[in-house]
Design a protein around this ligand. Structure first.
Ligand code: GLA
Length: 703
């Protein structure tokens, strides 16, 4: 071998080695950090957008709007979600030429497009020719044309039309470089169902697939009660008002199935045609909307999005935070705020405006909780139509409204700081559990009008978030092992499998805290033939002997603290010598007097705790302190004054903290150690925040 040959071999070896090292490093990085689907390759990691309706305006105006958007640092426009009559002006005749031009113009102004499928608003020619595609109200009346969400989700004919328009759009835009993704429908018709024979037959078909025999169904619903027994599938009604709890729960599951399959019907024609880089999402409505089981609808989506409106009043960081965290929990991944309030809405009791500075604070609050896009609804109000006087960024005269400057400032900040947020996610030690089926079932049988599940969840969220500064909200059936503490404020339905899953979490070292009413029912909404918490009573070493709806607050005290319980109290009884009573009731109805209300027990490598009552604020705080300490929960950031909210996003390079002052007073926050303030472009030991002020702090990872 000559010198050159040797050199070539050496060079190949060195090159090969370098390539191997680089590749190994890259794949280690990729393995540690799967790409975040809400951050679009080639675009800013934080995006700001608006809903834009070119079909409302003469084409000659489009460029002005897009130029204004661009100079306001908007880089996304969601379009077409109500434009069916423009895209298919008559049956089977499609016109996309106008939309092509709008998309190209947007591209010229560096505005990426999200296409909404227009299926929330079927055109008049369709509903006129095929009235069976219109929804029937529970009172038997078919809705008239001219509103939205008037299509029937269960109508096979309507689905066929939806599929066709979605497919035509996908064929046209599935490869468009400026189309980054898709939104299916709009808010999924608020989950409204059609109460017609077609729906009823579909429901009966669904039940048949689920139960196979009527004996099975009759047994699980205990239809011997009130002579409800069914001898033929066609006898099963759609429940109206208070009905058999088993039937009601299955109907809600059918509603979920109906909307999930309606969504899938469109995904099935978009996904095979659209390039994989184009995402598919749907715009949900936050935690408060429980029309269907969101975990099921979110499954086939690339990521979850939601529409974040305050309505009357002002942003409550907890109420809004719960929605963010619950929507993030749908896929346990960052999300988009597809729509948000440009100052005010038009549908609330009092459509007051958010204060000056509050819209910016709200946008950063979104980001702090894991949003990667914030989209304003809408850019400009149509001159006529139901939402004429909704807030917007541009007035009827086409000139900027006062809010546009604040949005532009926020958009500029998004663009400047996006790099720091690239690859970052929210990472929490504490999880709260959200189960739609339990929520429905409790709401149907509240037992006391005062039983407010949201208020209970919020009380724990508030107390725990103050301590941990980061909380996830998940389904009880999700993987829980990474959490130090898991709190289920009122998990009514705990079938055996779910109990096993939760027990395994405790066995492996987790701390599970169950609230009142937990473990009372099975998967059919039937009472378990067991004392609460049913299949988990053995692990707890205690059970509920009786529950009581309270007429008035009851004093309670113990090692947990001292305070009151309200609305609901359960009489607990320990069955194991190592079950520890943390709280006892004071004088009440005689039954509860002196009896245990909170019990905890070590089990496996972890702990299970049962809170048998709705605790007043003081006791919730004490309980949260105790559980956090017991579980070793640490704060994401460190001490902050009351009224300042902290959010943390973690990436490979370090953590970004977003601090927002929601209180009217000026606050000084001393940082645990100096951090880089992105807004000041320097390291700072403390920040001073007036109302709605935001601090964005970067803490480099220590190696
Ligand atoms: C919803 C809808 C939008 C618009 C806004 C108004 O979120 O998706 O089309 O109607 O409300 O607040």
């Amino acid at each position: 071998m000559n010198f050159f040959g040797l050199r070539r071999i050496l060079a190949t070896l060195v090159f090969g080695l370098l390539f191997f090292v680089a590749f190994a490093k890259l794949s280690a990085q990729t393995a540690a950090q799967p790409p975040i689907p809400t951050q679009i390759p080639g675009r800013n990691a934080l995006l700001m957008g608006a809903a834009w309706y070119p079909e409302h305006w003469p084409e000659s105006r489009w460029e002005t709007d897009l130029r204004m958007m661009e100079s306001a640092h908007l880089n996304v426009a969601r379009v077409a979600e109500f434009a069916w009559s423009r895209m298919e002006p008559s049956e089977g005749r499609f016109d996309f030429v106008w939309l092509d031009r709008a998309i190209r113009l947007a591209e010229k102004h560096h505005i990426a497009i999200v296409l909404g499928t227009p299926t929330a608003t079927p055109p008049a020619w369709l509903t006129q020719k095929y009235p069976d595609t219109l929804r029937v109200e529970p009172n038997g009346q078919r809705v008239t044309h001219g509103n939205r969400a008037h299509g029937s989700v269960t109508s096979p004919r309507y689905r066929e039309f939806c599929r066709r328009i979605a497919e035509e759009m996908a064929k046209r835009y599935g490869h468009d470089p400026n189309v980054i993704g898709w939104q299916i429908d709009n808010e999924y018709g608020y989950s409204l169902m059609s109460y017609d024979e077609e729906s009823r037959r579909e429901f009966q078909k669904w039940l048949k697939t689920k139960y196979r025999t009527l004996d099975e169904l009759n047994q699980h619903w205990t239809t011997a009660y009130w002579s409800e027994t069914y001898d033929d599938w066609s006898e099963v009604p759609i429940p109206m008002g208070q009905h058999n709890p088993g039937l009601m729960l299955d109907w809600k599951r059918f509603v979920t199935y109906a909307w999930a399959s309606y969504q899938q019907n469109q995904i099935d024609v978009i996904r095979p045609v659209a390039e994989p880089r184009q995402f598919i999402t749907g715009n949900f409505m936050g935690y408060g909307f429980d029309g269907f089981d969101h975990y099921i609808l979110a499954r086939p989506l690339t990521f979850a999005s939601w529409d974040d409106y305050v309505g009357s009043g002002h942003l409550d960081p907890d109420t809004d935070g719960i929605s963010h965290d619950a929507m993030r929990g749908l896929k346990q991944e960052n999300f988009w705020v597809m729509e948000t309030q440009p100052g005010f809405v038009n549908w609330s009791n009092l459509n007051n405006s958010l204060n000056k500075g509050e819209v910016r604070a709200m946008a950063w609050h979104d980001i702090a909780h894991g949003a990667d896009e914030v989209g304003y609804w809408q850019w400009r109000s149509a001159l006529n139509g139901q939402e004429q006087i909704h807030g917007a960024l541009v007035g009827a005269d086409g000139e900027p409204l006062p809010l546009l400057d604040e949005v532009a400032q926020t958009g500029k900040e998004f663009s400047e700081f996006e790099g720091t947020f690239r690859g970052t996610r929210v990472n929490s030690e504490v999880a709260l559990l959200n189960d739609y089926e339990s929520r429905w079932a409790i709401d149907w049988q509240k037992h006391t009008a005062k039983y407010d599940q949201f208020a209970i969840l919020k009380s724990y969220y508030h107390a725990l978030r103050k301590i941990a500064q980061s909380v996830d909200i998940l389904s009880p059936d999700d993987a829980l092992d990474k959490y130090k503490l898991v709190v289920a404020p009122d998990l009514y339905l705990i079938p055996k499998e779910r109990a096993e899953h939760l027990a395994a979490y405790v066995q492996n070292g987790g701390h599970l805290v169950l609230g009142p009413r937990s473990g009372m029912k099975d998967a059919f909404n039937a009472l378990l033939p067991l004392r609460q918490p049913g299949f988990l009573a053995e692990e707890l070493g205690a059970h509920v002997d009786q529950f009581y709806a309270l007429e008035e607050a009851v004093p309670a005290s113990g090692s947990l603290g001292e305070g009151e319980v309200v609305t609901w109290a359960e009489l607990l009884k320990t069955t194991s010598p190592d079950a520890e009573v943390l709280l006892r009731y004071g004088k009440s109805n005689g039954w509860l007097d002196g009896q245990p209300g909170v019990v905890t027990r070590k089990f496996g490598r972890g702990r299970i705790t049962y809170l048998g009552a709705v605790l007043s604020e003081k006791l919730v705080d004490a309980a949260a302190q105790w559980m956090a300490k017991e579980s070793g929960v640490t704060p994401a950031f460190g001490a902050v004054p009351d009224g300042v909210e902290v959010g943390r996003r973690v990436g490979a390079r370090g953590s970004v903290f977003v601090l927002i002052n929601f209180s009217p007073e000026r606050k000084i926050v001393t940082l645990p150690h100096p951090m880089r303030s992105l807004l000041d472009a320097r390291d700072v030991p403390q920040v001073e925040l007036s109302q709605y002020d935001v601090a964005i702090l970067f803490e480099q990872k220590q190696h």
